[in-house]
Design a binder for this molecule. Structure first.
Ligand SMILES: C[S@@+](CC[C@H](N)C(=O)[O-])C[C@H]1O[C@@H](n2cnc3c(N)ncnc32)[C@H](O)[C@@H]1O
Length: 177
């Protein structure tokens, strides 16, 4: 009995240490390299993103600020070519590990770059889970670069001045005219 309690305590301590390490590296790399604190898209929102995206095999998906790579990996698992753009080297490393582990390197890649320096024009589907203050600037960039018919999925933060074509919860789909 005592052994079981000890084992449970040990497991809890290990989980807490794992979480603390993650938070520590997030804040450390954030202050060194910039970017926002990573809040991954929840499972529920992930479903909404993919419903709205309605991906076809010919699509090329881009996740701007790709965090731990969950969107990029999920798209690649659906056989769609997917790229993540991430400024924080810790998340770049983490997401590349995920892609390798899931054997998705043929379909998925992560580019370590500031999203403002990245050309979005080759992509037909762009996912953004940005930060409120960057949406106005992001809108101008996407208007300049994306081709008519490109789909943009925005999680949580609406794109100012654009009319969503469809929404599920707080996830919105926009289409470039
Ligand atoms: C809210 S998280 C979203 C992560 C992922 N897209 C998801 O939905 O799970 C935003 C991510 O954008 C990254 N980020 C913030 N500013 C960036 C920039 N200028 N260039 C590239 N990535 C950036 C952050 O490091 C963070 O990982």
């Amino acid at each position: 009995m005592e052994l079981v309690i000890l084992a449970v305590i040990l497991i809890l301590v290990l989980i807490a240490l794992g979480l603390l390490t993650n938070v520590f590296f997030s804040f450390l790399t954030m202050s060194l390299f910039g970017g926002a604190y990573f809040a991954g898209t929840s499972r529920e929102r992930l479903k909404q993103v993919f419903k709205l995206a309605n991906l076809k095999l010919v699509d090329k998906l881009l996740d701007l600020g790709s965090g731990d790579g969950r969107i990029v990996s999920a798209a690649a698992q659906a056989w769609v070519k997917a790229t993540g753009v991430e400024i924080n080297p810790y998340y770049v490393w983490l997401s590349r590990q995920r892609i390798k582990h899931l054997k998705l390197t043929q379909k998925a890649k992560i580019v370590r770059i500031d999203l403002w320096q990245f050309d979005t024009s080759p992509y037909s589907v762009v996912v953004v889970y940005g930060i409120g203050y960057m949406m106005e600037r992001l809108k101008k960039k996407l208007e300049r670069e994306l081709k008519p018919g490109s789909r943009i999925i925005s999680v949580y933060f609406p794109i100012p001045g654009w009319q969503a074509v469809k929404e599920l919860g707080d996830v919105k789909l926009y289409i470039i005219e």
